[in-house]
Write a protein of this length. Structure first.
Length: 595
């Protein structure tokens, strides 16, 4: 560690493995350095201490013994032996007297003598703490969410996990490296939700996958209508050659039919009449779900069971977990669970789905969550997007809070997508994938541009897949699949798009156009994004590009290629005119091409 200023020290550690590590910071009295400082001051003031030569000689002899390997675990290399002889020679010199020249020679051996500083047990103090070395996927990933029961190519039946295996070609062609499945567990029948979130299910209604548990099992089981554990393991294995990881949902809640309701009733909160209260987020009620009670007296039993669930799926090959509403569970539980899982399965990634207060979201990140959903879905204006993404990239949470940006989810059909048509879907896609190193879409409804809400003002989808099976026409000529693919493969090709800290915003003389630049650590790769935020009208203006930090002087011209269209342009450091038409592609994502 090196001294900075005002009793602040800094050190850098480069771990060589993923998972949990322990860091120890140790400090001790450096008797030799203290003597050297004080003896120098006394000589410079012409007030020498007669014992200084003797004390210095003793300290140097001890240091020499350490270097020679005669003291505990000290060095035994040739370099150590050579250093020992040099130090002993200085010790002998002190026996003949002490002067500033001798002290200067001792100061010159500071690096050699530093090997001794923490060997002296007198006054040593240590601080130990744990840290998690995250997988590279935590820093850069591209997620695609789909419902397995809507993956069937046959209109006459719902989809199964084996159909998802057949869908891997499609997902890989889109350029995604994470395929996230909502809960795949047995679904309860008691208080099952009907289509459109109806409180009464009709015969044949499939229910919500988040109402977990029934006679076929609980959180460690696969719903029989989707297949078997073997089918799931086949999916994980089949995804690997594509470079795709399978992520599943950790939704720690239960249907009234879950085996735990009978076996462990004390894991649930009861009302005065003895019944279990259903989940609520007033005014919303989830009659088909019982929340787990993290204040239960059987805390150890509940925690061990939930750890067992997570560990079971990790052993089945899952390395990414999207965690449903973690802010409604005990913080101490997440800190313990994540550490336990990462100790046994290094490289596991936990994505927090906590749309809640910022300090709570940041606290979850500090407890071990690798990524977090964000407020991007509700940020639409230029000033709002600029302020928010600047905070994510450069604010106080940048060292621990990794954003994962989603234009839509099964729960959220953003108002921006309901009214802006194709142009809004494209602009939100480019904003998500161009501004954030981690992003995802809920498909195929995104690329097929589903935009009908359940009711005016609602963010729920009309005919939501949460409550019914759909069959999607993946070959629909209106699909955005080609554009999604171009964006995702550009993200793989450009390191600038794989990090958040290289983000800075560019000045544009039009409030409907937002522009930014991202660069990699070396500055060799630069990508410029420009998006028309108005889905109805053509917008134009001048983007002021300043690239002196990557070696392009003011006024110098350079070539850029639009990764969305493959068109090339000649730009210059300074103002550049853009015209973005929502009838076409209302965005540029320009990769700087070095000459």
């Amino acid at each position: 560690m090196t001294y900075l200023v005002n009793d602040h020290f800094a050190g850098e550690i480069v771990p060589d493995t993923e998972g949990m590590i322990e860091i120890e910071v140790a400090g001790a009295l450096d008797h030799l350095a203290t003597w050297l400082r004080d003896a120098t001051r006394r000589l410079e003031a012409d007030r020498p201490d007669p014992f200084d030569p003797e004390v210095g000689e003793q300290l140097l002899e001890e240091a020499a013994a350490d270097l020679a390997g005669t003291s505990g675990d000290a060095m035994t290399s040739d370099a150590g032996a050579s250093g020992s002889e040099t130090v002993r020679a200085l010790a002998a010199k002190l026996a003949t007297g002490l002067d500033l020249e001798a002290l200067s020679m001792i100061e010159g051996l500071a690096d050699t003598l530093a090997t001794r500083r923490l060997r002296d047990s007198r006054g040593i103090a240590t601080v130990r703490f744990q840290a998690c070395v995250a997988s590279p996927t935590a820093a850069f990933s591209t997620w695609y969410e789909l419902f397995p029961r809507s993956a069937s190519p046959d209109q006459r039946r719902p989809g199964r996990l084996n159909d998802v295996v057949d869908r891997l070609d499609y997902v890989a062609a889109l350029g995604f490296d994470v395929l996230y499945l909502p809960p795949i567990h047995p679904i309860g029948t008691t208080a099952r939700k009907g289509k459109g979130n109806a409180t009464t299910a009709a015969p044949g209604d499939v229910g919500s996958p988040w109402a977990i548990g029934g006679p076929a099992g609980g959180h460690d089981s696969v719903a029989p209508e989707l297949g078997t554990i073997a089918d799931f393991e086949r999916l994980v294995a089949a995804a690997e050659p594509y470079g795709i990881d399978i992520a599943i949902d950790l939704a720690f809640q239960c249907s009234p039919d879950h085996p735990w309701v009978t076996a462990h009733p004390d894991w649930f909160a009861h009302r005065p009449d003895g019944t279990i209260a259903c989940a609520e987020n007033p005014p919303k009620r989830y009659e088909d779900i019982y929340p787990l009670d993290f204040t239960t007296r059987d805390r150890d039993g509940l925690w061990r069971a939930l750890h067992g669930v997570t560990n079971t799926w990790a052993e089945r090959g899952v390395r990414l977990f999207r965690v449903d509403n973690p802010h409604t569970k005990a913080f101490a539980f997440w800190e313990w669970l994540i550490a336990e899982v990462k100790r046994d399965h290094p490289g596991t990634v936990f994505l927090s789905e906590a749309f809640t207060r910022p300090k709570v979201m940041h606290r979850l990140a500090k407890l071990g969550f690798d990524q977090s959903y964000t407020y991007f879905t509700w940020r639409n204006e230029k000033w709002d997007l600029t302020e928010y993404f600047w905070e994510l990239a450069h604010g106080p949470g940048r060292n621990y809070f990794r954003p994962n940006v989603w234009p839509n989810t099964p729960d959220i059909l953003a108002h921006s997508l309901q009214h802006g048509g194709r142009a809004s879907f494209i602009s939100r896609l480019v904003l998500a994938g161009g501004l954030s190193a981690n992003y995802g879409i809920y498909g195929p409804v995104f690329e097929l541009m589903w935009d009908l809400p359940a009711a005016p003002g609602s963010e729920e989808y009309l005919r939501s897949e949460k409550y019914e099976v759909h069959h999607h026409d993946l070959d629909d000529p209106r699909s955005l699949r080609v554009l999604v693919s171009r964006l995702n493969f550009a993200r793989r090709a450009h390191p600038a798009l794989q990090r958040d800290r290289g983000l800075r915003f560019l000045q544009v003389d039009n409030e409907h156009i937002i522009a930014w630049a991202k660069r990699d650590d070396s500055g060799a790769d630069v990508v410029i994004g420009v998006v028309n935020l108005d889905p109805d009208w053509v917008q134009s203006g001048f983007v002021d590009v300043e690239l002196t930090d990557v070696g392009i002087a003011s006024g110098e011209s350079f070539a850029v290629r639009d990764v969305l269209t493959d068109e090339r342009y000649r730009w210059r450091a300074g103002p550049n005119f853009v015209r973005l038409d929502p009838a076409g592609i209302p965005a540029h994502l320009l990769a700087l091409e070095r000459m």
